[in-house]
Design a protein around this ligand. Structure first.
Ligand code: ARG
Length: 260
């Protein structure tokens, strides 16, 4: 009798563990506060070195457009958002184990879609090129046979890898590539337009930023990366995104973080 109870208990626990492992927001762990009802936690991965979308604020905590957006989404869908700062390159493979979702100015690509689902796109971006001030780099041909700095695992790296004669150096943080540009170790940096503009302003005495359109770079779409097949979470997040686009929340975040 006792044994039977025990195995039923074990089976129940295993089912719970199984459900928790696969469910994302709907089933992500509830904080143990002695049985009182509490919000479920949504663990959100990011790489807080990509201003204005994510960076470490003056208080040492991740801040930025993406962080504000996912917090607003969390509030809307009734989950407690917990931000986990990590390398950009490990975000996709961490979804479903270390983190529930990722928001990191992440471009929707076919390769990533093999591993994760994406929310509806929330921002259109394009790569830009940071060059030493006054350098003669203005067209696609000028990118050939150059030393190119990029952030590891980003679309900037994928583009650089396709350029004829390019010698590509990949850094964990885009700003490290910019530092090596300033040191003369690379000739140019390919990085998303908005961070490029932030770095351009930060080092305005040393660099210029050239718009990606000059090099025929394709537009890219940022979206939130989600566990594959979690329809329920995708619908919740997309519904919140649509609401924010309709009611002005999205625009006010753009004003606050991107256009300021
Ligand atoms: N949009 C580019 C990509 O998806 C770069 C994103 C980098 N994001 C970051 N938080 N470091 O590959």
């Amino acid at each position: 009798m006792k044994k039977k109870f025990l195995s039923a208990f074990v089976a129940t626990m295993m089912t719970m563990v199984f459900l928790c492992g696969c469910g994302g927001a709907a089933t992500a762990g509830e904080a143990d506060n002695g049985g009182e009802a509490s919000k479920e936690t949504l663990i959100v991965g990011t790489n807080a070195a990509f201003p204005p979308f994510e960076y470490v604020g003056d208080d040492g905590k991740p801040d930025g457009f993406d962080i504000a957006l996912i917090k607003a989404i969390g509030e809307e869908i009734g989950v407690e958002v917990q931000i986990q700062d990590m390398e950009f390159d490990s975000l996709v493979s961490s979804i479903g184990n270390k983190i529930d979702v990722a928001i990191a100015g992440m471009t929707v690509t076919e390769e990533r879609q093999q591993m994760v689902d994406f929310s509806d796109p929330y921002y259109e971006a394009v790569q830009a090129v940071i060059i030493p001030k006054g350098a003669a780099i203005a067209t696609a041909d000028d990118l050939k046979n150059k030393k190119i700095g990029v952030q590891l695992g980003t679309t900037g790296e994928f583009i650089a890898d396709e350029i004829e004669g390019a010698e590509v150096s990949a850094y964990n943080k885009a700003v490290d590539a910019v530092n090596d540009l300033n040191n003369g170790r690379v000739d140019l940096v390919i990085v998303d337009k908005n961070p490029a503009e932030v770095f351009g302003a930060q080092f305005s005495d040393k660099v210029d930023v050239v718009a990606g359109e000059n090099f025929d770079f394709e537009p890219e779409n940022y979206a939130i990366a989600l566990p594959k097949g979690d329809e329920d979470l995708a619908v919740k997040i997309n519904t919140a995104l649509k609401k924010f686009k309709d009611n002005g929340t999205y625009d006010s975040l753009v004003k606050q973080y991107i256009e300021e």
